[in-house]
Design a protein around this ligand. Sequence first.
Ligand code: 13P
Length: 251
Amino acid sequence: MRQPLVAGNWKMNGSRASVAELLAGLKSGINQVTAAEVAVCAPAIYLPAVQADLDGTSIKWGGQDVSAHASGAYTGEIAGSMLADFGCHFVIIGHSERRAYHAESDQAVAEKFTAARAAGLVPILCVGETLEEREGGITEEVVARQLDAVIAHCGIDVVGEGVIAYEPVWAIGTGKTATPEQAQEVHAFIRGRLAASSQAVADGMRILYGGSMNPKNAAELIAQADIDGGLIGGASLKADDFLAVCSAANR
Ligand code: 13P
C-alpha cells in the first residue's frame, strides 16, 4: 500500500510575511489530513523559516532544485548537503520549468537525482510532455526517455528511493488539467516502464500528478489506481486550498 503524498511547489512566490501566514494556516489545519504525507517545497531562501515553523509538525519540507555537485566553485548553486542542513526531506528534480528555462538536459537531471540521494534527500523526479509532443503522439516516448536517463545513470534501486511526478507541461499553470483518464494512462505507462527493470520498485513507487490540480479535481485524480498524490503549484499558495487537496487523499 503506497501512502499518498501531496507536495506543494511554491515556485518563486512569497515573502517573509506571506510564508509565515501560509505556514500558520497549514499548521492549524493539518489535523484534517489523515491519509496523505504532506510537504512544501519552498524557495531556498525561506527554508530556514520553514524549518523553524514546521519542526515538530507532521509536515515535511524540501527544496525546488539542487546542484549536481557536492560543493565548490559553483556560484549561485545550492548543494544537497545544504538542503539537508536545513531539515529538507524532499527536493524537486527536473521540473519542466528548469528543463525549459535553464536548459536542464536528461543527463543533468539524472546527475542531480544522484546528488540528492547522496545527501540523503528524497528526489521528486518530474517528467512530462509538452502540448506539441502530446499532439504529435509522442507522450510515452518523451516520458520514457526522461525516466530511462535517470534509471541508466542511477540504477533502478536508487530511482526506487525517490518519487516520480508526472506533470504534463500543457497542464501547468494553465487551468487545463489532464482528465483522470489521461493522467492514469501515463501513470500506468510509467509504472510499467519501472516494472521492466524491477517489479518491486514499480509496486512501491509513488507517482504524483501535477498540473492545475486543485480542491475541485484532486479527489477524482487521486482515486485513479496509479495516481498516488499530487505536486501542487498555484493551489499550494493558499492554506485552505492546499489542505483541501491534501484531504482529497483521505479515504
Ligand atoms: P500548477 O498547479 O500551478 O499548475 O503547477 C503545477 C506544478 O508545476 C507543480 O510542480
